[in-house]
Design a protein around this ligand. Structure first.
Ligand SMILES: C[S@@+](CC[C@H](N)C(=O)[O-])C[C@H]1O[C@@H](n2cnc3c(N)ncnc32)[C@H](O)[C@@H]1O
Length: 330
């Protein structure tokens, strides 16, 4: 009888190990109170989730740190690279995490290509000589430009001219702030100009972005703890006129760049639009604007502040803080 009970508990636990990692926090909490084997599995899943926001998909684990309250982690679906569609669910906090793969293989952006071979034929690229390479950190606006090898090139993913295509490149952690919510912090020394991460999320049409922004604003007003992560970037012509608007929404799915908070002084990151040969859409990437110390919060400017009495309050704490978060016109 005792043996049967032990076997049944083991089977239940096995089942829970397979199913519970797919559940969002509220459902996981509900499962945890159903029975003891579930509560043990749920506790270990919660521990694994708070130990790595990236679900094992980045080079280093990216832990959550919350000295303020009992929320152990923030829930979202993880993608290392930009996507045009996203899955409706993804396991997280179970034993079986997806293996670290070449970002190009999980990126739907790969399907938006210019042509089969519009890049270089170097084979073994030297960034100094490769015709794909181009950098302009002073392009007239606040956003720099960079060109790297990509799907249209003969070289492989090991090519040196693909520095931004290998996921989050330095150790970072996600730390909770009482007023700004979670924020991304350096967890090692980072040298000025070093690549840190890209802003991965869903690429939206402007119409869809406007629709979502309106509903996010409503939600944020009604629900104190809602932190949308929709960014809009404009690629400018030398004349200064906007020529391409890129809308990236990491609210439901994205990488840890979704935790980077705004700073009115421009912050300590340089946002750069990176074009990969063969790919039509640019990617938003962040480089260190200065040497960064371990523990320092990473920030950038979300854009021009339109002082708007209805705008959300800014708590960047810098001397030049306008008091209001920049927001897009919807
Ligand atoms: C891209 S998310 C950043 C991560 C967010 N703090 C979280 O907890 O998920 C952007 C949202 O964070 C909050 N936020 C970012 N910077 C802020 C700041 N300087 N002051 C107040 N809230 C900020 C706002 O709610 C904003 O819509």
């Amino acid at each position: 009888m005792e043996r049967k009970r032990i076997r049944e508990a083991a089977e239940l636990r096995q089942w829970a190990e397979l199913v519970l990692p797919w559940l969002p926090p509220a459902d996981l909490a509900a499962a945890a109170i159903a029975c003891k084997p579930f509560s043990l599995v749920a506790a270990s899943i919660t521990a694994r989730r708070s130990a790595d926001a990236a679900r094992g998909l980045e080079r280093y684990p990216i832990p959550f740190s919350n000295p303020l309250d009992s929320q152990p982690y923030s829930y979202f679906l993880y993608s290392r690279s930009p996507i045009l569609r996203f899955p409706s669910s993804q396991p997280w906090g179970g034993d079986a995490v997806e293996p670290l793969s070449d970002p190009s293989s999980i990126s739907d952006l790969a399907s938006v290509t210019i042509g089969s071979r519009s890049g270089c034929d170097c084979g073994d690229c030297d960034p100094e000589r490769c015709p794909c390479w181009f950098a302009d950190s002073d392009s007239g606006g606040e956003i720099g430009l960079l060109r790297e090898c990509g799907f249209g090139c003969g070289c492989g993913s090991g090519c040196e001219n693909r520095a931004t295509q290998k996921g989050v490149s330095v150790r970072v952690k996600v730390v909770k702030d009482p007023r700004k919510g979670w924020g991304l912090h350096a967890d090692q020394f980072v040298k000025k100009a070093e690549f840190i991460c890209e802003y991965a999320g869903e690429y939206l049409t402007t119409e869809e972005a406007r629709k979502r922004q309106r509903s996010y604003d409503e939600l944020a007003r009604s629900k104190m703890k809602f932190f949308p992560a929709l960014v809009v970037v404009r690629e400018h012509l030398p004349s200064g006129k906007a020529c391409l608007r890129v809308n990236i929404d990491a609210t439901k799915v994205g990488n840890v760049a979704r935790f980077i908070n705004h700073s009115c002084d421009g912050g300590n990151l340089i946002p750069v639009l990176v074009r990969n040969s063969g790919s039509m859409l640019p990617r938003l990437c962040f480089f260190a604007a200065i040497d960064l110390l371990q523990g320092q919060e990473l920030t950038f400017s979300y854009g021009d502040v339109r002082v708007n009495i209805d705008g959300f309050p800014c708590f960047c704490g810098t001397d030049v803080c306008s008091g209001v978060l920049p927001s897009e016109e919807t």
